[in-house]
Write a protein that binds this ligand. Structure first.
Ligand code: GTP
Length: 723
């Protein structure tokens, strides 16, 4: 018999390599690992120690079983290479039998003795397992999230992370306890435990609009809430006077006298019922908020002066309220004034679909004097009545959600936002995401600057504690914890920098067909602005007749005049397209439209406007051509030639110009002529192209009024493909 290695003897004796190494060390042989060789004497000693004490059937059976185990273990150890080798080494070290290891040694001996008597024990490389309590049962289904690690999964499966690591190892997957696992791996793991796996879909918390809508739909424990009212109307018809009157005559508990209202909304009590008034009269503010997603107004009070009647902004206000689908209560104001004719005003309003109940319609009308106070109570009665019809409710027993009314940066307090609670109850200390900002509600004040600890639905409060100033109309949602609020807030800020959210929402004629296909919407909202009333009407009636595959045009607002900022805000809020007929946008409206991606289409021929909308609805919009600048020429000299007119000599300062280029003649930053080149020369030769840095001579077709210092901008018309 030659020298044997540990693993050979282990195999012969049907025990694991590790057991044999342990036994050898416990018996003073000092072996390193299963590859260590044994002298004949050492082998005999080990054989002696390990000799079974009895041989009955049962133990024989057990021994057979064990044989299998042992073999498995051998295989495992071989496959493992260093992994299990490491644990053997550790055991070696532990078992050098000095005093420090006495307890451990005892335990090992006990296990060994068990083993020596051929009682079946589970081979183990982890001494923790030997003391493991009875395992809790596995769940029927493993509900997981992609990216969980063995520690996370261990908690769900009631198994130790190391057991999971081993399981994975047996499945041929190397992982440690902290490694994030993919879907396939987790499902494989579940299958190896014979249980089902189900992925838990993560809600995108950064979509606070979605959370907001969900919270809004939560109808459990609903309670009535106060209506939120906005006052709109034409300039000087008395909006501010009415708000002031209400503030002074109706504010609860005599606050108004001494303390000035501090924030952009207030609540008043009428016949025991609360009403919340937004203190930002005018439809522009109202629609700008809507454009940002906040539909906070429940009821609109339309103020029309009895001595002036329906004016352009009265009509705008009606259209804006209708677009927001808020019911209108009409207050015909200034009835104390001489020349007041409320009957006439009511008559005028019928043209806009506002018909008094007395006349068989369903709009509430009240004749008031905001200055004197006549019938203001009656107006409030109407508002309460309207609110009752609407059955306005909210659930105060959930996380707060709502919208920003106004916000500013205060030197001492940092960002300060006035918010309207629309759902739930807000508490001081709540973690919150407001638009693209986040924080924790540090302080909360009511409209009289009184500190409050909680705020219920329809209450306006001023809060501090945000990391930045949100915008009016931003939505807010309270989160469970500050960590998620922060990560959502940061993600939103990042996203908004890319301005993607805003742009994908807008409807343009270019994407109209696709957006119609995607949405359930069966109407295309259009705003018409034209130079004269006749054109407005002609365009409106022709557009209304268009019907493509059940989709119709809906004119949400039409008026005479330039395209204003308020038109753009309405278009943005309502996802509408603006058609301008013989009118242009004001500069501020133009830049606002550009920022918010509102599509403005300008036309001079009604037929073209109608065809354009029709083709867009059919998805066949021809590509739009836009000028693309190729270069600039600076005019430095002029020559007059009797035959060809004015020849401009100059230099290409940027880009290039071609003989077939179109050109803009620019003087004092204004385009004063738009045309084509007649000739392009270098010295005396006609050329096709002149590049930057070269001198040239040129003439413009049918145009001679060129001056030294003019800039000639060369451009080509480029087709912008329809998206
Ligand atoms: N006689 C009379 N005058 C009124 C009444 N209501 C308002 N006024 C007067 O009408 C003028 C305009 O009133 P405001 O309340 O400022 O009108 P507004 O609609 O807020 O105007 P803007 O803020 O410019 O849009 C003021 O001089 C008021 O005093 C009223 O009921 N009777």
């Amino acid at each position: 018999m030659g020298k044997k290695r540990i693993y050979e003897l282990a195999k012969e004796l049907h025990i694991t390599n590790k057991k044999l190494v342990d036994t050898a060390n416990q018996n003073g042989l000092h072996v390193k690992n299963h590859m260590s060789t044994l002298s004949q004497q050492e082998e005999n000693k080990l054989r002696n120690v390990l000799k079974p004490k009895s041989h009955n059937n049962a133990t024989h059976q057990s021994s057979n079983n064990h044989h299998k185990n042992s073999e498995n273990n051998n295989n495992r150890n071989n496959n493992n290479g260093g992994r299990f080798g490491g644990s053997l080494k550790r055991n070696n070290h532990h078992n050098h039998g000095n005093g420090n290891n006495r307890r451990y040694g005892k335990k090992r001996r006990r296990r060994f003795n068990k083993y020596a008597t051929n009682q079946r024990i589970k081979p183990s490389h982890n001494h923790k397992q030997t003391t493991r309590r009875k395992e809790r049962p596995l769940p029927k289904t493993l509900v997981y999230e992609v990216g969980m690690n063995c520690q996370d999964l261990g908690k769900i499966l009631h198994r130790s992370p190391s057991e999971l690591v081993k399981k994975l190892f047996m499945l041929g997957i190397m992982a440690n306890q902290n490694k994030s696992l993919d879907k396939d791996t987790i499902e494989l793991l579940a299958a190896s435990y014979n249980i089902n796996a189900k992925e838990k879909k993560h809600e995108d918390l950064s979509d606070i609009d979605k959370i907001f809508q969900k919270e809004e739909k939560n109808t459990k424990y609903e309670e009535p809430r106060a209506p939120v009212v906005t006052i709109m109307g034409h300039v000087d018809h008395g909006k501010t006077t009415l708000l002031d009157h209400l503030r002074h005559s109706h504010i609860t508990s005599g606050e108004a006298g001494g303390i000035t209202q501090a924030i952009g909304a207030y609540q008043l009590k009428h016949n025991g019922k609360m009403i919340t008034f937004l203190d930002t009269p005018g439809h522009a503010a109202f629609t700008e908020m809507r454009a940002r997603g906040a539909d906070i107004t429940d009821i609109t009070i339309l103020v029309v002066a009895a001595d002036d009647g329906v004016m352009p902004q009265t009509v705008e206000a009606i259209d804006h309220a209708k677009a927001a689908k808020t019911p209108i209560v009409v207050a015909i104001n200034k009835i104390d004034k001489e020349g007041a004719n409320p009957q006439h005003v009511a008559q005028q309003l019928t043209q806009y679909g506002l018909i008094p109940e007395d006349w068989g319609g369903n709009t509430m009308f009240v004749n008031i004097s905001a200055k004197v106070g006549t019938n203001v109570d009656k107006l409030l009665d109407m508002v309460i009545l309207q609110a009752e019809v609407m059955e306005l409710k909210a659930n105060p027993k959930q996380h707060a959600a709502g919208s920003v009314i106004e916000a500013r940066l205060d030197r001492g307090q940092g960002p300060v936002a006035t918010v309207l609670i629309q759902q739930g109850t807000m508490h001081v200390g709540d973690p919150i995401v407001v638009g693209d900002t986040y924080g924790r509600v540090r302080t909360m004040h009511d409209e009289f600057r009184h500190a409050v600890k909680t705020a219920k639905p329809s209450t306006p409060v001023e809060i501090t504690g945000l990391n930045d100033v949100p915008e009016a109309g931003d939505r807010f949602v309270v989160f469970d914890d500050e960590k998620s609020a922060r990560s959502v807030g940061e993600k939103r800020a990042e996203e908004s920098q890319m301005e993607e959210r805003k742009k994908t929402n807008t409807v343009t004629l270019d994407n109209l067909f696709d957006s119609l296909k995607e949405s359930e919407k069966k109407e295309v909202d259009i705003i018409i602005k034209a130079d004269v009333q006749g054109s407005v009407e002609a365009l409106a009636s022709s557009l209304k007749k268009i019907e493509v595959k059940g989709v119709k045009v809906n004119i949400i607002h039409s008026a005479v005049g330039a395209i204003s900022e308020s038109d753009v805000a309405l278009a943005e809020a309502s996802h509408a397209i603006i058609i301008g007929f013989n009118v242009t946008p004001t500069p501020s409206a133009r830049s606002q439209a550009k920022n918010s991606n509102v599509d403005i289409r300008l036309h001079r021929i009604i037929y073209d406007a109608i065809n354009e909308v029709k083709s867009a609805m059919k998805g066949k919009l021809a590509p739009v051509y836009k000028p693309e600048i190729t270069g600039d020429v600076e005019v430095r000299q002029l020559y007059k030639a009797s035959k060809v007119g004015t020849i401009a000599g100059g230099m290409v300062t940027n880009g290039y110009i071609k003989s077939d280029s179109k050109i803009h003649l620019i003087r004092d930053n204004k385009i004063i002529y738009d045309g084509e080149l007649a000739s392009l020369k270098r010295y005396k030769d006609d050329v096709n192209e002149v590049k930057q840095g070269y001198e040239l001579g040129l003439t413009i077709q049918d145009y001679n009024d060129i001056k030294v210092g003019d800039v000639i901008e060369a451009y080509v018309m480029k087709a912008v493909p329809v998206k």
